[in-house]
Write a protein that binds this ligand. Structure first.
Ligand code: ATR
Length: 292
């Protein structure tokens, strides 16, 4: 078998990622037998490792790569060109290497989020959205919401200056939108608990041993709210459990992972991604990772 169409995942750590399972199963399903997706663990130290890794993709004949935590922002200076979205967000989660050998940085995280909402029958146009957290993921999600016509966003973060930074960055690009900010334990929540959609982008709840959630449990959600947690492992985070108990709709971020992967797959292969195959592969991988 000839395996000469290489893509991979740059991150640290990457050994527990479900992306290789998802993409390799998708390649198989479409008969793309020369394609293979490999984990590429790249440590943060020494600092020039990330530069070597990104430029090394070209030298090693890769066609592309995904980039994950903690390198999404660090790779930006080393690509030759950024898509409009990656430029706006200041972070790259997908690199494609074109025929001329140029490295093009994309960001499919926000699109993955919007596509997953659409798969759940949710359009963002008229929604009032509360975003918990103001890191790289919050930046991608806020941009995607605003670019898809959402006009009311509230960003709450432990470090309020980072929420203000996102509001200042995108306020100018989307002047028709209202972007409010506040601390995570904000009175905003108490005063206005009825945001249609609440999105957790913080890492709180990421560990299955951690019982915390980024939400004051004295403030219940209500039936017509949707709570979306970017954390997808565990599938049911403390926040999602609390939301479901309050009667709200609870959605795990696994769908966003699948859709951002599907968008990357389409950039690399030029073919429509087999979403159902990727979903099944991701679910299977999560189950087997729990057995390790
Ligand atoms: P990502 O790229 O996944 O968004 P990140 O940029 O490191 O990761 O952002 C992590 C987010 O989780 C931040 O909003 C962070 O809050 P701070 O900006 O105050 O650091 C938030 N976060 C992490 N641990 C947290 C905790 N224990 N409580 C509240 N927020 C937390």
């Amino acid at each position: 078998m000839i395996l000469d169409k290489l893509v991979g995942l740059i991150g640290w750590p990457v050994s527990h990622s479900v992306s290789p399972h998802m993409h390799n199963r998708a390649f198989q399903a479409l008969g793309l037998s020369r394609w293979v997706y490999v984990p590429i663990p790249v440590a943060c130290d020494p600092q020039d490792r990330i530069k070597e890794a990104v430029l090394g993709l070209r030298a090693l004949g890769f066609l592309g790569a995904n980039v994950t935590v903690p390198h999404k922002e660090a790779v930006v200076p080393y690509v030759d060109k950024l898509s409009e979205t990656a430029q706006a967000i200041g972070a790259v989660n997908t690199i494609a290497i074109d025929e001329a050998g140029r490295l093009v940085g994309h960001n499919t995280d926000g699109q993955g989020f919007i596509d997953d909402l659409a798969a759940h029958g949710i359009t963002v146009h008229d929604l009032r959205v509360m975003i918990l957290g103001a890191g790289g993921s919050a930046r991608a999600i806020t941009y995607a919401l605003l670019a898809n016509g959402c006009k009311r966003v509230v960003i709450l973060n432990r470090t309020i200056a980072k929420a203000d930074e996102i509001a200042a960055l995108f306020g100018g690009v989307f002047p028709q939108a209202t972007i409010e900010t506040g601390p995570l334990d904000s009175e905003l929540v108490r005063a206005d608990p009825r945001c249609d959609l609440v999105v957790n982008t913080t890492s709180v709840g990421l560990s299955s041993r951690e019982l915390q959630m980024p939400w004051d449990e004295r403030i219940p959600f209500v039936a017509n709210q949707t709570v979306y947690d970017l954390v997808y492992n565990p599938r049911e985070t403390p926040l999602l459990r609390f939301a479901a108990r309050s009667g709200a709709r609870a959605i795990s971020g696994l769908g966003m992972l699948i859709h951002q992967g599907a968008a990357a797959f389409e950039i690399w292969t030029g073919q429509k991604a087999p979403i159902d195959v990727m979903r099944k592969a991701a679910e299977d991988a999560l189950v087997s990772l729990h057995d390790i």
